[in-house]
Ligand binder design. Sequence first.
Ligand code: COA
Ligand code: AMP
Length: 626
Amino acid sequence: MGSYRRAYEQSLTDPEAFWSAAAGLIDWRTSPSTVLDSSDAPFHAWYPDGVLNTCENALDRHVAAGNGDRTALVYDSPVTSTKRTYTYADLLGEVATFAGALSSLGVTKGDRVVVYLPMVPEALVTMLACARLGAVHSVVFGGFAPHELAARIDDAKPKVVVTASCGVEVSRVVEYKPLIDRALQLAAHQPERVVVLQRPQATAMLEEPRDVDWRALVVGAEPAECVPVAATDPLYVLYTSGTTAKPKGVVRDNGGHAVALAWSMANIYDVGPGDVWWSASDVGWVVGHSYIVYAPLLVGATTVLYEGKPVGTPDAGAFWRVVEEYAVKALFTAPTAIRAVKKEDPDAGQLAAYDISSLQTLFLAGERLDPDTWEWATERLRVPVVDHWWQTETGWPIAANLRGLEPMPIKPGSPTVPVPGWDVRVLDETGAEVPAGTEGAICIKLPLPPGALRTLWGDDDRFLASYLRAFDGYYLTGDGGYIDEDGYLYVMGRTDDVINVAGHRLSTGSMEAVVAGHPDVAECCVIGVHDDLKGQVPRGLVVLKAGSEIGPDELRAELVARVRDQIGAVASFKEVDVVAALPKTRSGKILRRSLRAIADGREEPVPSTIEDPSVLETLTPTLRGR
Ligand code: COA
Ligand code: AMP
């Protein structure tokens, strides 16, 4: 029996033994005597009596072991022409000092800190400083607009917000402070302080005494020690898109998270102490939390923080330049990034200019990896291109080709097999398991392994309703797919209204809420349709109010501006059609699935519950004629 099969079986038949052994990857202040407590099922607790500090595991222990001179962080920012390297000792110094600074503002264990920062070292410093104090960080992606930021501030109720004067996009400087100010005007909850990192590209106006300059704050701050926390205490809340306009605050604990990430680095990614690892994502997404910040530092590797894009900073050779310059062993990014490179440099001429011999594996996740992109990358890079599947909620991969445990043959289109700890089942609508090769709802039999979400912030009931009530005893992933005869999983796409635009997870529900707010709109729906570069893009269909005289171009421009203003540029909402009516079921539900199928050119049976089939027929030329 192979090592994968052995590990997978043990993780399901004897999870306590499996995760007890993995707990040895972490230094505990108090070792857990219980591995799994299911007394409050379906709320399961891993390592309930363990005590640790995540920052201590990510930094202090490496320095204490004599590895303070090892490189912890490489910051490479083509958009600001900056490069900087931090050893573990340097990073520990910065983090301890900023933790002291936060503590001087009254931040203590359990307080929330909202972080709205671009891809700068201070983002990692802030997150680790919160972890050091036992405070709970909540990072909001810089591409979200004030309205979205305000919703997160109202839900997390932070004591402090940490931000910068600006982010730097390829063609523009995005001033963050006006966005924060507007978010705080919209929010009911007000933080006591806003810490602002002034960057040379823009200077923010500070409103004293609420606003504090980062650099002034750290001068004279006393370095803070690590605060021991329970393994089950929250490390962070990360908001993600659900099917409604209200984002879901995924709660991650300290102990299970640290163990799972350390285990995944060795067994999935084959990355260990001293290896150079690059996750080209953003700290605002779960990939950034897990694999830019925590996992590489927990195992003593070097993490690359890249403030740039795959193309345009300055060209399609940017990724290969970084791989060569820092001798990156493994790169993790989204398929969209590779599609962008492929589009600009189809023959990989830019790649030929660099020596990428250090690169052993390319990992891709965040959206479906289409076989064309897989093939292009495999042929050009000549390394295994590994698709793997996970979600904000799970925090680490559910299905992967475990390069450190037992590399397996790759089947393009499949993220390979379930990872140890994840009891993946495909169910039909009655909750029965389907045979191999049959599509259904991909679910995980409870308990979820360490590192998965504990609940939704302040809303246990929504946690149960969103994930656990559909099928008793299972977590509903929201993805549909199948398992083939060899046990390989195929993830075909969401079964709900979540869409993935350029690897960014967005809710069509929240876009609909914004579009519906326009005074001329009677009814609307937003669907995700196929896009060659971004995987999916949103498309709006709008029915005008009777008597409205607005022209289609004017309406489109206003709706695009509205979504950009209220959700953010990252929504990439650009396509709107005015239609006479929307197809509905007899009970009044809009048939989004049928609309998606027509727009993507797929043949799908029209549901028998449709009220008026002629509405769908009338819309077909509009949907297909993009
Ligand atoms: N702050 C402010 N604005 C941001 C932003 C941020 N952090 N991130 C993106 N935006 C803006 C962009 O500037 C763009 O604005 P525009 O409409 O004025 O041009 C808009 O949001 C859409 O951004 P994006 O979807 O990223 O498109 P793009 O054309 O700028 O870049 C790619 C396309 C493919 C290069 C880019 O999407 C990419 O690198 N994707 C990979 C994503 C990824 O790593 N995801 C993480 C999951 S693993
Ligand atoms: P996020 O929470 O932003 O990580 O997005 C999670 C969603 O992205 C999943 O539910 C899937 O729909 C999609 N996704 C992530 N990785 C993959 C993958 N490897 N293959 C197919 N879909 C993926």
